[in-house]
Design a binder for this molecule. Structure first.
Ligand SMILES: Nc1nc2c(ncn2[C@@H]2O[C@H](COP(=O)(O)OP(=O)(O)O)[C@@H](O)[C@H]2O)c(=O)[nH]1
Ligand SMILES: [Mg+2]
Length: 472
């Protein structure tokens, strides 16, 4: 039977926990709610190096207090359910803010490693983090990751399993100022005697912070401890001139700031390459859509304009052979059959297909080669194929459909069909706006003429046939 492990992902909101969770567990996920709560619980399973690993994506939180449901859920899960390891996901681009939570996890004494995520964003901001030094200071493995690209995810998993196996996931103690540290120690000694399920040092800090839930549990076990804590808190307040909880919070921020300053270097932002800037522009939430629209419209406009001109010239060139053909073939029926029935069909095909389809594929090739088509499905972030319904892959059929509709509408009107009049009027209006001399319309008319020519032949043959039948 496979050995089972439980790993929890914890960290601030929007640091990339869910992306890492998805990378780790793929489709093997179960999404529900925490029992009796409205907060989403995401669990998944993966198999790695002979282990069956349950991964849980904890809600995003900024502290381990009891101010929100998310904080209570995360704190109780880590403290009571005791996962084998917590992966603390940290946003490398705002290290100091994230370390504030990391320090609290360390206080809780949980075995942990750090996923230093979003290093790509940090790099863009000119922030370089010495993750080995960070690992040394905190005493736990630190793995740099770019979750959205899957970079570092394997290393993270390998480091997690190794840390559990070798028991190297126990962080160093982070020390506060001398006078606070002395008081924490004194309270912790008393806590150890009553044997609470939480680590003694963490409980002592929480008592000094005035955590109501912990106070209640301690009161039940030994109310004297609370009066001692009150005395200690008052002494701290006297020294610092602020409430004890504020002093502890600001000490924590100081420690987080000091560590961040020690491990990160902020360099002047290097020039972002043009390709990167174009990528950002074309996938931006705001500008991505108008740019995409402009690209699509430019493709249509360019192809219609280019196609109309080339179609006209190719058509004129091929039709210039008609008088020669007339001279060469004297029999009217044979001439009609070959010219109207075959040659005009080929001319129509050539003047429609070549001038429009070839440039379309060329443009598509250039777009594909540039990578624009493969940018988050060529649409700005968070905007999927399914949501948009329009896809690059469907652009060609749509274009061809539009082209044929246009052809058929103009043809219908030329044939005196009223249904075609309104839409063909629209197309003609667009042609006028574009200053088009009606090249496309002419090409469409050729198809229709070809069609009319064939119809005429049918009629003629039909008439001949019926005349012959009558004579018989
Ligand atoms: N550039 C970049 N974006 C990331 C990375 N990891 C996550 N994100 C993005 O950060 C946002 C928040 O990620 P999510 O996993 O939902 O964060 P959570 O709130 O911690 O679960 C999403 O838009 C992700 O696409 C990363 O390594 N690099
Ligand atoms: Mg999430």
């Amino acid at each position: 039977m496979k050995k089972k492990l439980r790993i929890a992902l914890a960290g601030n909101a929007n640091v990339g926990k869910s992306v890492i969770f998805n990378q780790l567990t793929g489709l093997h996920q179960h999404i529900g709610n925490w029992p009796g709560k409205t907060v989403t619980k995401a669990e998944g399973t993966l198999h790695f190096k002979g282990y069956e690993i349950d991964v849980i994506d904890l809600p995003g939180i900024y502290s381990l207090s009891t101010f929100s449901l998310e904080e209570i859920i995360s704190r109780e899960y880590i403290a009571f359910e005791k996962p084998d390891l917590v992966i603390n996901v940290v946003d490398a681009s705002v290290l100091e803010r994230n370390l504030f939570f990391t320090l609290q996890l360390i206080e809780l004494g949980t075995p942990m490693i750090i996923a230093l995520n979003q290093i790509d964003i940090a790099q863009k901001k000119g922030i370089k983090i010495d993750y080995k030094k960070l690992s040394k200071i905190l005493g736990v493995p630190v793995i740099p990751t770019i979750a959205i690209r899957g970079y570092g995810i394997y290393d993270l998993l390998a480091a997690a399993v190794k840390a559990i196996e070798e028991k190297t996931a126990y962080p160093s103690k982070i020390r506060y100022g001398k006078e606070i540290e002395g008081k924490i120690e004194k309270i912790a000694i008393m806590i150890r005697e009553i044997g609470l399920p939480y680590p003694a040092r963490w409980t002592a800090i929480k008592l000094l912070e005035g955590d109501k839930k912990i106070q209640e549990e301690v009161r039940k076990a030994n109310p004297e401890i609370l009066s001692f804590v009150q005395e200690m808190a008052r002494e701290i307040e006297e020294i610092h001139g602020h409430p004890c909880s504020t002093v502890i919070t600001s000490e924590r921020y100081d420690v987080a700031g000091r560590i961040a300053r020690e491990v990160q270097k902020i360099q002047p932002i290097s020039r972002i390459p043009l390709s990167q800037r174009l990528h950002e522009l074309t996938t931006s939430r705001v500008l991505g859509y108008p740019i995409m629209l402009c690209v699509v419209l430019s493709i249509f406009y360019g192809i219609f304009t280019f196609g109309d001109y080339t179609s006209t010239y190719i058509g004129d060139f091929l039709y210039s052979f008609e008088p020669l053909f007339d001279q060469a073939i004297s029999n009217y029926v044979v001439k009609e059959l070959i010219w109207n029935g075959v040659v005009e069909g080929i001319i129509a095909g050539v003047t429609i297909a070549l001038p429009y389809i070839v440039p379309f594929y060329l443009i598509l090739y250039v777009l594909e080669d540039s990578g624009y088509l493969s940018r988050p499905n060529s649409f700005p972030h968070g905007c999927s194929y399914a949501q948009n319904r329009i896809t690059w892959k469907s652009l060609h059929p749509r274009y061809a459909g539009l082209r044929l509709q246009r052809a058929s509408m103009l043809g219908m009107q030329d044939n005196g069909n009223r249904e075609g009049t309104s839409l063909s009027g629209f197309y003609r209006y667009i042609d006028t706006l574009r200053g088009d001399n009606g090249g496309c319309a002419r090409a469409c008319r050729k198809i229709c003429r070809h069609r009319v020519g064939i119809d005429a032949l049918y009629h003629r043959f039909g008439d001949n046939l019926s005349a012959r039948q009558n004579s018989i």
